[in-house]
Structure formats: structure tokens, C-alpha cells
Design a protein around this ligand. Structure first.
Ligand code: 5AD
Ligand code: SF4
Length: 459
């Protein structure tokens, strides 16, 4: 906790240093929900340091770019956006630009920024989030560039201020890092080893969110099913979930991500028993070929994966199941890929996040024999076409049903409509008043469209 005190001391020091200057800060986020959650803490710390938080980088006196490294494309975008801030610094020399997140937690990328992006004032790794106030303070004080890499720090900073993007929906990180080393994945190298937050801290945060009227709370971790391993049987993920379900309030709990090797039947039983847990399971399969799963170091096979899916459907017939699939992993043959298509037909996913394999330097798969780009693209197109077909059938089956949804606000794709999400995380568009935002309502599904359902409020 000493570290926390220091973070708060530096927030106070920054406030004093910048007093009367009316400074503002902007946080630009790439990547997954964990990054979004981290960015809410970054905004919280900057706000507590006296900055107002703005959405427009051109208006800010501090810009923090929170980056992703999972695929090459994400890195390219973060670098190009950072490049675009150079001219802002010319116009406003006192502007501070900082980069954090997974991309700069790799030593080679941190060096690249040092050399090629001289207008970046500071860089800090994922383990160093709570050090931001100190880094920013020192950057003003010493007028020197600062690079703070990850160094295996495992302490979890509790009690940091947060500015949440939404008033009715919240992320709650329950653990950080990953020990799995899937051969394609950079995450264990940039987010460090698995470490869990104490259950009482998580319970307190969820209790406060529920009391403040939050309607949907998503528990986050790279592999939530290995939550609490370091507590020696005191509290695992299933027990944590049961304890969270005892908290009073009209809210839904979600969680992600589950690794199929650790997802337990006990967890599925707890989901089936508790109305507070959304009946949605995100279970990344990555491939339908046992050979590919072995090469990916996933520690399960198609059969054990399907036994989880079958058990879920037996206990919760309406459960929505989503997944992640990688297309064109090194050595993937036409036969391996067809195994994936077969699995999709068997499971009939409610949603698939599909990714073309992107070699990440430093991971074992980057050194394996690569699938040519044209084959990867062709397979991806076939996968998407099949999923659209399967989804159309599935969506059709919802027509006529009444579903409980959480209203999210005006639709981003169709201004005239409101948008809501079902328990299974499916989007429903409907005509309604904006004042319904953040409320649970019932919608009757009248039509299915390729990427959403259409519904109407019941009289
Ligand atoms: N290339 C493509 N997709 C990847 N993922 C992780 N690493 C890579 C990579 N190198 C995908 C996996 C994971 C999701 C978050 O990103 O499917 O589940
Ligand atoms: Fe990456 Fe595998 Fe860890 Fe997920 S479980 S973060 S895919 S190494």
C-alpha cells in the first residue's frame, strides 16, 4: 500500500504544480477490455491530479496512448496515431505525450519509440500503471524523457481513482497477467505472470458499483478460471462468483475470458443456479483441429471443448456461446481449417471474433512455417460466410420471443433507433426514448437482420 500512498502523493503534487493552469488530459485507448479498464484508471489518476478529461487530443495538455500488441495491425495504428501528435507538440510545446500498454511493454518497441519518436515524453509498461503520477511529475520537473519498463512487479495497486466511461456498465479487473504461453500470443510477455486481486477488494468494488445503480458488471482477466490459484484453495473463480451473486441489487454479472482448459463444470453449475450471472459464455476455441490446438499449446482438444459446450446447453438451454478463432496459424492445412468449419457448424456460435494469424516476434509460432497471406485471406472469407449463414438461422429463431435487454443508448449504426443488448450480448435495435438508457426493459423481437435483431417495446 506504500506504493499507493506515493501515487496519491504525486497526484497531490501535480495538482499543486499545475494549479491555476486549467490543464486537461486525453486518454486514447486501443485493444481489449483490460486496456479500457486500465484507461479508466489512467483518466481517474489524471483527474485526481487536477486535469479535466477531454475526448479530443488536440485540446489536451497531456495525451496518453494506451496501446495493444496482440496483432501487428494494432501496433501500426497506435504508432501512426502517435506520429500524428507530433504537430500538436509543435503548436503546444508544453504538451506531454506518454505511451503505455502492451505494445511498449516489449523492449524492442520501447527502444524504437526512444529513437524514432523523440516527441514522446514518457513510456511505461503495463505493470507500472500506478506509477503514472510520479512519471508525469518527474517529466515536468526534470524535463527529461522517461522510460519505465516492466520488471516483474507483482504488487496490485488497490484504491486508484477511476473515471468510468459509463454510469450503468463497469469493468472490474479480478486478475492480471497470464501464465499460459499459447504459442501465438504476446500477452504473457507484456502483461507478466498471473496475479489475482484479493476477493474482499473485488467484493467491495462490486458492492459499491451495485449500490450506485450500475446494471452490468464485467469481471476481467486473461484467464478468469485460474483466479485465486495463489490463495491455496481459499477462493477460486466459482466461489468468487457465488459470493458476488449474494450482493443486493438489480445488476448482471459477466466475465471474460475463460480458457477451456480451466473452465469447470462447477462454474457452469453456479451460472445455471444464479439469475444474476448473464447466460453468456465466451469460450475461445482458436481452432477445431486437435493438431493445431497442440501446436498452439492450448491443453485441450475438440472433444473436451465440446463436452463443456454440451454441459452448458444441458444446464442452460438458452445460453449464448461466443468464441475467438485464429485463421492461418502456422502449418494449418486445408483439413485443419475444415475441422474448424465443422466445429462451428456443431456449436452454432452466437458470436465469433475471428482473427487472421499475425506473427508476433518473440513467440514460438512466429518461427514456425507460415501460411501464405492469400490462403489466410481466402480461409477467413469462407469462415465469415459460414458464420453469417449460421447466424441468420439462429437470429430467425429469436423472432416472436420476448427478451430482457439492457438499453445502451442511441444506436451507432442507425441514428433513428435505440440500441440494447440481450443477456447473450446480442444487439437489438428498437424505437424508444433516450431516457431508457441504462435500464433493463423487455423487448419483443419482431425481425432479424444480419448483424442485429429488431424489437419493439411491449405495450
Ligand atoms: N494473431 C492473431 N490473433 C491472435 N490472438 C492472440 N494472438 C494472436 C495473434 N498473434 C487472438 C486470439 C485471442 C484473441 C484475444 O486474440 O484469438 O483469443
Ligand atoms: Fe494469450 Fe493464451 Fe494467455 Fe489468452 S490464455 S492471453 S491467448 S497466452
Amino acid at each position: 500500500m506504500e506504493e499507493n500512498k506515493t501515487a496519491f502523493d504525486y497526484m497531490e503534487a501535480l495538482k499543486n504544480m499545475n494549479s491555476g493552469l486549467d490543464y486537461s488530459a486525453c486518454v486514447v485507448t486501443y485493444g481489449c477490455q483490460q486496456n479500457e479498464a486500465d484507461s479508466e484508471k489512467i483518466a481517474g489518476m489524471l483527474h485526481a491530479s487536477g486535469y479535466s478529461i477531454v475526448k479530443e487530443p488536440a485540446l489536451a495538455d497531456v495525451i496518453i496512448v494506451n496501446t495493444c500488441a496482440v496483432r501487428e495491425h494494432a501496433e501500426e495504428r497506435a504508432l501512426s496515431i502517435t506520429g500524428g501528435y507530433k504537430h500538436l507538440k509543435t503548436a503546444r510545446p508544453h504538451l506531454k505525450i506518454g505511451i503505455c500498454g502492451c505494445m511498449v511493454s516489449k523492449a524492442d518497441m520501447s527502444d524504437k519509440i526512444k529513437k524514432s519518436y523523440p516527441y514522446v515524453d514518457f513510456v511505461f509498461g503495463t505493470e507500472k500503471l500506478s506509477h503514472l503520477p510520479e512519471i508525469l511529475y518527474r517529466s515536468y520537473e526534470k524535463k527529461k524523457r522517461i522510460f519505465v519498463p516492466n520488471d516483474g512487479e507483482t504488487q496490485i495497486a488497490e484504491g486508484l481513482p477511476v473515471i468510468r466511461e459509463s454510469t450503468f456498465r463497469a469493468w472490474v479487473s479480478i486478475m492480471y497477467g497470464c501464465n499460459n504461453f499459447c504459442t501465438y500470443c504476446i500477452v504473457p510477455y507484456v502483461r507478466g505472470r498471473e496475479r489475482s486481486r484479493r476477493p474482499e477488494m473485488i467484493i467491495e468494488e462490486v458492492r459499491e458499483l451495485a449500490a450506485s445503480g450500475c446494471k452490468e458488471i464485467t469481471l476481467l482477466g486473461q484467464n478468469v478460471n485460474s483466479y485465486g490459484k495463489e490463495f491455496g484453495g481459499e477462493c477460486n473463480f466459482a466461489t468468487l462468483l457465488s459470493r458476488l451473486c449474494e450482493i443486493e441489487g438489480d445488476f448482471t454479472l459477466r466475465f471474460m475470458t475463460s480458457h477451456p482448459k480451466d473452465a469447470s463444470f462447477e462454474l457452469i453449475d453456479i451460472m445455471a443456479k444464479n439469475d444474476k450471472i448473464a447466460k453468456h459464455f465466451h469460450l475461445p476455441v482458436q481452432s477445431g483441429s486437435d493438431r493445431m490446438l497442440r501446436e498452439m499449446n492450448r491443453h485441450y482438444n475438440k472433444e473436451t471443448y465440446l463436452s463443456l459446450v454440451d454441459y452448458m446447453r444441458e444446464k442452460m438451454p438458452d445460453i449464448a456461446i461466443s468464441t475467438d478463432i485464429i485463421v492461418g496459424f502456422p502449418g494449418e492445412t486445408e483439413e485443419d481449417f475444415e475441422d474448424t468449419l465443422e466445429l462451428m457448424k456443431r456449436v452454432k456460435y452466437d458470436m465469433i471474433f475471428s482473427f487472421i494469424y499475425s506473427p508476433r516476434t518473440g513467440t514460438p509460432a512466429a518461427k514456425m512455417e507460415q501460411v501464405p497471406d492469400n490462403i489466410k485471406t481466402e480461409r477467413m472469407n469462407r469462415l465469415l460466410a459460414l458464420q453469417n449463414e449460421l447466424l441468420a438461422e439462429k437470429n430467425e429463431a429469436y423472432v416472436g420471443k420476448t427478451m430482457r435487454v439492457l438499453v445502451e443508448g442511441k444506436s451507432k449504426t442507425n441514428e433513428a433507433k435505440m440500441s440494447a443488448r440481450t443477456e447473450g450480448n446480442r444487439i437489438v435495435l428498437f424505437d424508444g426514448d433516450e431516457s431508457l438508457t441504462g435500464k433493463f426493459i423487455n423487448l419483443k423481437i419482431t425481425k432479424s437482420a444480419p448483424f442485429a435483431l429488431i424489437g419493439e417495446t411491449e405495450a
